[in-house]
Design a protein around this ligand. Structure first.
Ligand code: NAD
Length: 478
């Protein structure tokens, strides 16, 4: 059986005490690898290596850094099929999705930031003929990069690429449920010529383990986390000791607002994706669907027809639309939400159970729940599974008010052919990312992130570099 080791200072190593944990394929419930379980010792060694490497990497010319990042992208593309299969084995997501989204985006993240950094400027302000101010942009230092399990390589590279492009070094703590592609990324970086110590990977768990050791470490200067809101709060407390710079991409409870004048065909097709892509385990999935009352019955009819045609099953099968959830614990958690929604008066319109034809694996049918009100737990809490609620609404004011009645503020989707209304509503929705008549269409130059308890800061384009660099103003008396 494969053993996944830490990658510290250019070497693959076991933990000092030899501890390991098991990696399970959620579609088969089989153990697919043993993983070195890191803790404070391994984090210490990795941070020291990153600190040493920073001296050189931080001064390496941008053109050279960019060249290495492009080489990493090349190697990801060369190994795309292998990486896609590994991602699917770890996560249970359809292979088709790993092939078309996760792995191509991982490569593109490197290309994008490799190019973007070359055109990155700073700012200058002239004070008449008295003085000239200009800002120097410099890397920050050693970054702790903590990633989730739902899109392991794609979301990790979204942090690693700008971090390295800007001249920082890093210690990665991948999600314990999906350690494989981060380990492969370390191999790829080494092959691409990234100097030892610039990128380190320490496997292990979050609280009271490798994760907290990294976020508490006094020699780590910045932490970028994608994960749950509760994790963000824990990391913020841990990072306070030496005032680390923080970037958080956290949970969401994203609304999908459908006005009666929308193009129903398009709405249904896209809502199927925005609800059930990646088993609903995407932070951007829209889990609260609001439909203007004249369209409500017709929308539900078309959605249930379309859901009935989805294939839930073996993620390795290219005909599969919905794969397995990440773990048994998560499946039980999602089922708990469904049970309590029914106890709250909700009605399951379709789905709600484990597919009868699948005897092993953490599968759940795509589920639609109706007849719930705004105070139900299922409408207020992030479920992170293939479960949506659908509620009717009567007015624009009402839907805006209900939409914003949440602690989250990550993304929203608005469907209408009335252009004025689209802009008017978008300007009033409390979310960091809003789509009109589409979903998941991404331009990597744009700001990405959440407001309220969905995150702190923005990633993408110059915003990633605002986080991964420091500006020093130099004032020159003329
Ligand atoms: P999680 O918070 O459980 O874990 C994320 C990472 O944090 C893991 O590597 C974990 O080991 C680590 N961690 C956990 N507790 C820690 C602690 N106390 N100190 C340091 N590290 C700790 O999240 P998850 O279950 O892996 O991912 C799902 C969550 O991520 C959902 O809430 C989802 O909405 C969110 N997410 C957000 C975005 C976004 O861009 N906003 C993208 C993807 C996922």
């Amino acid at each position: 059986m494969e053993v996944l080791r830490h990658f510290i200072d250019g070497e693959f190593v076991e933990s000092k005490d030899g501890r390991r944990f098991q990696n399970i394929n959620p579609a088969t419930e089989e153990v697919i690898a043993e993983v070195a379980e890191g803790g404070r010792d391994e984090i210490d060694r990795a941070v020291s290596a990153a600190r040493r490497a920073f001296k050189e990497w931080g001064r390496t010319p941008v053109a050279r850094r960019s060249e290495i990042l492009h080489r990493i992208a090349d190697l990801i593309e060369e190994r795309a099929e292998e990486l896609a299969r590994l991602e699917t084995l770890d996560t249970g997501k359809p292979l088709q999705l790993s092939r078309t989204l996760d792995i191509p985006r991982a490569a593109y993240n490197f290309r994008f930031f490799a190019d973007f950094v070359k055109g990155l400027g700073t700012e200058a302000f002239q004070m008449d003929d008295v003085a000239l101010n200009y800002a120097l942009r410099r890397p920050v230092g050693v970054a702790g990069l903590i990633s989730p399990w739902n899109a392991p390589l794609f979301l990790l590279t979204w942090k690693v690429a700008p971090c390295l492009a800007a001249g920082n070094t890093c210690v990665i703590k991948p999600a314990e449920l999906t350690p494989t592609t981060a380990t492969r990324l370390a191999e790829i970086c080494q092959e691409a010529g990234l100097p030892d110590g610039v990128l380190n990977v320490v496997h292990g768990f979050g609280p009271d383990a490798a994760g907290s050791a990294l976020t508490e470490h006094p020699n780590v200067d910045l932490v970028s986390l994608t994960g749950e809101t509760a994790t963000g709060k824990a990391v913020m407390r841990a990072a306070a000791s030496n005032l680390k710079k923080l970037s958080f991409e956290l949970g969401g409870k994203n609304p999908n607002i459908i006005f009666a004048d929308a193009d129903l065909e398009d709405v249904v097709e896209t809502t199927i994706r925005s609800s059930f892509a990646n088993q609903g385990e995407l932070c951007l999935c829209g889990s609260r669907v609001y439909v203007e009352r004249p369209l409500y019955d017709e929308f539900l009819r078309r959605m249930t027809d379309r859901i009935a045609s989805l294939t839930v099953g073996d993620p390795m099968d290219t005909g599969t639309d919905v794969g397995a959830l990440i773990s048994q614990e998560h499946l039980l958690r999602v089922e708990g939400f469904i049970e309590r929604a029914v106890a709250d008066g909700g009605r399951i319109l379709i789905g709600g159970g484990r597919p009868a034809h699948l005897k092993r694996g953490y599968y759940l049918e795509p589920t639609v729940i109706v007849d719930v009100d705004r105070y139900c737990e299922i409408v207020r809490h992030e479920v992170f599974g293939p479960v949506i609620t659908v509620q009717p609404f009567d007015s624009e004011e009402e839907v805006i008010e209900q939409t914003n009645d949440t602690d989250y503020g990550l993304s929203a989707t608005i469907w209408t052919t009335n252009l004025k209304r689209a802009h008017r509503v978008a300007a009033q929705i409390e979310a960091g990312v809003i789509w009109i008549n589409t979903w998941f269409l991404r331009d990597l130059r744009t700001p990405f992130g959440g407001m309220k308890q969905s995150g702190i800061g923005r990633e993408g384009g110059v915003h990633s570099f605002e986080f991964f660099t420091e500006l020093t103003n130099v004032c020159v008396k003329l």
